[in-house]
Design a protein around this ligand. Structure first.
Ligand code: FES
Ligand SMILES: [Fe+2]
Length: 337
């Protein structure tokens, strides 16, 4: 039964969803890359129609790795016996054989957004691609700023952003953060800060004119793996996406993506560079201070307090999602003891 499965912080499985694969800039037309995504080996290429195609890596003839192959037209040719597969994964050429066979490669849906190539891991029609809630319909400018790995599961890493208590103890934030939970859809959940607090702090007094009500601080999580932080004064919000996925050994590999709304013209371009630079500074502030925890933590919320409510809501949210087995991408049925 699904209810008995443990999905949160379980590296035997992952939540069905969109996962970051590689930065879009790293895949030029005619190039192919090997990517291990959630334990499955993929070959991802950009064909000469500029489409990004993700296929299972091993050739259905004899198992050669297709990332060693060559992109041709809309498809890819295996380097070993030169079979050619089109962008649907169908084998369309069998050199030196005088008959054709019915052979297909598994193709996975892809998308390009926020400077990243995303791969859909689910069985059916892909669901919504992660988006920044305030920028859902906006054209954006982004910087894929850095890669990170951590010695813990992505769930444990990403809940750091809603661990209200630790803002005061680790980051010395002079404001008490208190979150309100907002279910965006079945696969996305957001936590919005609703406190004004910190009025005794010089820092808060200084920035208070820039806020109508609460200090803007919001996190939106997609598929239990991609977290988007929205922070800043009312007139200028900063958006930082932490896209992550679970890798071998239950660890995390991720990308930090700085995002802003696209502003046009030369001034807009300059303004965007400045905003993205500032966003990078904010992102670094978040990344600092916690690394030590992630090296050694053995997550076990034995003594929850009222400040941990958001974390509990997040755990319930992850448990309610569809999970697949890490490596095989089959439906997850194993219960972790
Ligand atoms: S292994 Fe790919 S064509 Fe033979
Ligand atoms: Fe933190």
């Amino acid at each position: 039964m699904k209810e008995t499965l443990k999905i949160f912080n379980n590296s035997d499985c992952f939540i069905e969803g969109w996962y970051w694969a590689i930065p879009a800039k790293e895949l030029r037309v005619g190039k192919v890359k090997a990517v291990n995504l959630l334990g499955k080996e993929l070959a991802i290429f950009r064909n000469f129609e500029k489409q990004v195609i993700a296929v299972e890596a091993y050739c259905p003839h004899m198992g050669a790795h297709l990332a060693e192959g060559k992109v041709e037209g809309d498809g890819i040719r295996c380097f070993f016996h030169n079979w050619k597969f089109n962008n649907q994964g169908k084998c369309i050429e069998f050199p030196c054989l005088n008959k054709s066979l019915s052979v297909n490669l598994q193709v996975y849906p892809t998308a390009e957004k926020y400077g990243i190539i995303w791969v859909w891991t689910g069985k059916g029609t892909p669901k919504t691609l992660p988006f920044v809630p305030e920028l859902q319909t906006e054209e954006c400018e982004v910087i894929v700023s850095s890669s990170f790995t951590q010695n813990c599961h992505p769930n444990v890493l990403t809940i750091n952003a809603i661990d209200a208590h630790h803002f005061n103890t680790v980051h010395n934030l002079p404001v008490e953060i208190d979150f309100e939970t907002e279910q965006i859809n079945q696969n996305a959940i957001a936590f919005n800060n609703k406190t004004r607090g910190g009025d005794n702090s010089f820092f808060v007094k200084l920035i208070r004119p820039f806020y109508r009500n609460e200090v803007t601080y919001k996190i939106c999580y997609w598929y239990g793996s991609t977290g988007i932080v929205t922070i800043g004064p009312d007139f200028l919000h900063f958006y930082i996406m932490f896209a992550s996925r679970v890798i071998e050994g239950g660890k995390t590999a991720g990308k930090t993506i700085l995002i802003t709304k696209k502003r046009f013209g030369l001034l807009g371009w300059i303004f965007n560079r400045i905003v993205l630079w500032l966003t990078g500074l904010v992102g670094n502030y978040f990344a600092k201070g916690d690394t030590r925890v992630f090296q050694t933590i053995k997550f076990n919320l034995q003594t929850p307090t009222s400040a941990d409510k958001s974390i509990i809501d997040y755990i319930k949210h992850t448990e309610a999602q569809q999970a697949f087995t890490w490596g095989s991408w089959e439906r997850f049925t194993k219960i972790k003891s």
